[in-house]
Ligand binder design. Structure first.
Ligand code: NAD
Ligand code: TYD
Length: 338
């Protein structure tokens, strides 16, 4: 039995990962450390909450004493916990530095002290900066860092810190830089769930700027399989880029696809003021993880998008709570044009 400390496991990707892992490795034990910020949601984990091999701990990754106590007997750390939304990082950058950078350092220090066997850090392709729309290159493990939002800068700082623990102390780390994830249990502040749930509620869908910004899109379950492969067979000290099977698709095209799936009218789209410093394009070359570990996405974007839309359609109980209360205030401030 392996004992794994997952941080941020009540968030979108972390909760999908815990469900995935306990299904595939029912003999392993998972401790989930999560502060339950606005983005953390125990509803995501209903499927495992009574599993005797699962334990939830409410707490902060920057709390050294707590983190130290939880490291006892841990084999692997899989570190997801973070402030993850670019728009919020523009409003409150200090919180991103505290949680993402300082929190990661606290975890690294405790994990080093306890001689953890593997520490996997979940990073993002946003550390590489932005491509031009007509540029054919893609981000890879060799792309120089050029983060441009407070969020991306905080994640880049962590990549450097995690690598520094490897070089300096010989600490066994791996890193994955993945593209935009989508799928079940993603907070409706992010583009795809926001578009789906707004359409389901007959509300306008805000699209920033000219809507031509491009992202690479990775289905969350494909991402979980990539992390699994890296933990099982990845080379210590290495970074792996992970992306989707996406033809180049811009935000406006994505929203139009969702509208088509839900059989609604395109008049529901509302072009709004652009995000400051909005990165134009991300594209990711995931040939290293494909060649070295045999990973590739199971389906293309359209198949996964349709599944995702149906999940939100069938699980209104999950997201309707999230769109009231605190989020309503954020939404009104973020989208004054709506
Ligand atoms: P999320 O915002 O849905 O979840 C983050 C989780 O971390 C929440 O459960 C929250 O409660 C928890 N958390 C926040 N601060 C904490 C703290 N101080 N201590 C303990 N827990 C804390 O994020 P996500 O989309 O699941 O992303 C997970 C990781 O993957 C993040 O590190 C993010 O940067 C990275 N990532 C995400 C994407 C994406 O598209 N979602 C893409 C690339 C990388
Ligand atoms: P988002 O889901 O916030 O992820 P990220 O900023 O990390 O890429 O945004 C994805 C894209 O969608 C990005 O180009 C910004 C755009 N976007 C909108 O056009 N409208 C919105 O309301 C949101 C939240 C995002």
């Amino acid at each position: 039995m392996r004992k794994i400390l997952v941080t941020g496991g009540a968030g979108f990707i972390g909760s999908n990962f815990i469900i995935y892992w306990l299904k595939k490795y029912p003999g392993d034990f998972i401790v989930n450390l999560d502060k339950l910020t606005y983005a953390g949601n125990k509803d995501n984990l209903k499927e495992v909450e009574n599993n005797p091999n699962y334990r939830f701990v409410k707490g902060d990754i920057a709390d050294g004493k707590l983190v130290e106590s939880l490291m006892e007997g841990i084999d692997y750390v899989v570190h997801f916990a973070a402030e993850s939304h670019v728009d919020r990082s523009i409003i409150e950058p200090a919180l991103f530095i505290r949680t993402n950078v300082l929190g990661t350092q606290v975890l690294l220090e405790a994990a080093l002290k306890h001689k953890i066997k593997k520490f996997h850090y979940i990073s993002t392709d946003e550390v590489f900066g932005s491509l031009a729309l007509d540029q054919q290159d893609k981000f890879s493990e060799n792309t120089p860092y050029n983060p441009r939002s407070p969020y991306a800068a905080s994640k880049a700082a962590c990549d450097h810190l995690v690598r520094a623990y490897n070089y300096t102390y010989g600490f066994p780390i791996t890193i994955s830089n993945c593209s935009n994830n989508f799928g079940p249990f993603q907070h409706p502040e992010k583009l795809i769930p926001l578009a789906i749930t707004n359409i389901l509620e007959n509300k306008e869908v805000p699209v920033y700027g000219d809507g031509l910004n491009v992202r690479d899109w990775l289905f969350v379950e494909d991402h979980c399989r990539a992390i699994d492969l890296i933990l099982e067979s990845g080379k210590i000290g290495e970074t792996y880029c992970v992306g989707g099977l996406t033809e180049e698709i811009n935000n406006l095209q994505i929203v139009k696809k969702i509208i088509r799936i839900l059989k609604k009218d395109e008049s529901i789209i509302r072009m709004v003021k652009d995000r400051p410093g909005h990165d134009r394009k991300y594209a990711i070359d995931w040939s290293k993880i494909h060649q070295e570990l045999g990973w590739q996405p199971i389906n293309g974007f359209d198949v996964w998008l349709e599944k995702t839309v149906f999940w939100y359609k069938e699980n209104q109980w999950w997201w309707s709570k999230l769109k009231s209360g605190q989020f309503k205030k954020y939404y009104e401030e973020q989208y004054p044009d709506l």
